[in-house]
Design a protein. Structure first.
Length: 351
């Protein structure tokens, strides 16, 4: 069904299509039987898919990456489609409009997307309230959905004060999310990637860890890293994770590289982060390197260029404990989630 719609949808602006599709998905799921049909078409459940990672029990290892549901509007719909977990955000303390439009571009010849959204979101208060409302009103089939909160800083906040933005988001979301992701790797907020340097990153993560105990409860904190880091920088990342005691890594965010693209020049030269198939191999390389360097001492969520079940298996074989989709979900449709989960079952039966 998706592949009948995809050629039509791909004729229009990607951001407008995103809003059109998600709005109609919400309407569809509100109709009597709509959510049940969505589950019947896309959802695949098997007890063998259940996995416990950083103290949380996931019904399956395939999650929705941050950026797709920035404002916590689609958690129920994504659960009905079969995602094992959903990551909301990136969320900032204050609402912000993001960068000027157009700011998202498809590269169909390469199976990629370039975006320079710029952390457009409604602000942490709105998102926290939406997640809390979802928790209260979730249908039986949606209960127990693992929700992550991906947090960042506002564009107007200077880097020397960035830690305060992360604290505000952390404190506000603490009671409603299951885990946190610290995003310092987006290329679309000026200066943000400077926070990946060892000194600022240690300060930020140690500060959050000190706050990470509330009424005897702590939340797993993960760090999302760029695929453009050198091996020496990745060595620093492994050391930082081990020294701060955070729960793990998400590898990787979008890339600023434009190597080996075949799309026409004006498209591939758009500024922003590139995702999708051009990132497949590099994301897997980063997962492999971190897993080997750390001797598997902490979990990794693998994301970047997963467009097929085989891409997913390669990420898992490289050392990923969980997976996330974004661009592959857009290009391949919701059936990709089921196909990946079925392949995982098939591979586990072969062992």
């Amino acid at each position: 069904m998706y592949f009948l719609l995809k050629p039509i949808l791909f004729q229009f602006d990607p951001e407008k299509v995103h809003h059109f599709v998600t709005a109609n998905l919400k309407r569809f799921n509100r109709f009597p039987g709509g959510a049940a049909l969505s589950r019947a078409l896309w959802n695949f459940e098997d007890i063998q898919l259940e996995k416990e990672v950083f103290g949380l029990k996931f019904k399956n290892p395939v999650g929705l990456a941050a950026g797709f549901d920035k404002n916590g509007e689609l958690m129920g719909e994504m659960a009905d489609m079969g995602f094992g977990f959903v990551e909301v955000g990136t969320v900032t303390p204050l609402p912000q409009a993001g960068n000027p439009k157009p700011r998202m571009f498809r590269l169909p010849e390469d199976g990629g997307l370039i975006n320079r959204m710029g952390f457009n979101n409604m602000g942490v208060d709105v998102v926290a309230e939406r997640i809390a409302a979802f928790r209260r009103n979730a249908k039986k089939q949606q209960q127990g959905l693992i929700i992550g909160g991906n947090i960042g800083k506002n564009k107007i906040t200077p880097n020397e004060e960035a830690v305060n933005d992360y604290i505000k988001c952390f404190d506000r979301l603490f009671d409603v999310v299951d885990y946190f992701v610290v995003n310092v790797s987006s290329p679309n907020t000026p200066g943000l990637r400077e926070l990946q340097e060892k000194g600022p990153l240690m300060e930020l993560l140690n500060t959050l860890q000190k706050r990470n105990l509330k009424n005897g409860i702590s939340r797993p904190i993960l760090l999302k890293i760029a695929p453009d880091l050198t091996n020496e920088q990745l060595d620093d990342i492994v050391e930082i994770v081990q020294q701060t005691g955070i729960a793990g890594i998400i590898a990787t965010n979008t890339t600023i590289s434009r190597e080996r693209l075949t799309s026409k020049g004006e498209l591939k030269n758009e500024t922003g982060g590139l995702s999708g198939k051009p990132l497949t191999n590099r994301a897997t390389e980063v997962i492999t390197y971190i897993n080997n360097k750390s001797k598997g001492s902490f979990p990794i969520i693998g994301v970047g260029g997963i467009h097929s079940p085989q891409d997913a298996i390669e990420k898992l074989n490289a050392g990923a404990s969980l997976l996330q989709l974004y661009t592959g979900f857009i290009y391949e449709g919701p059936g990709l989630i089921k196909r990946i989960n079925k392949k995982i079952i098939e591979k586990s039966a072969d062992k």
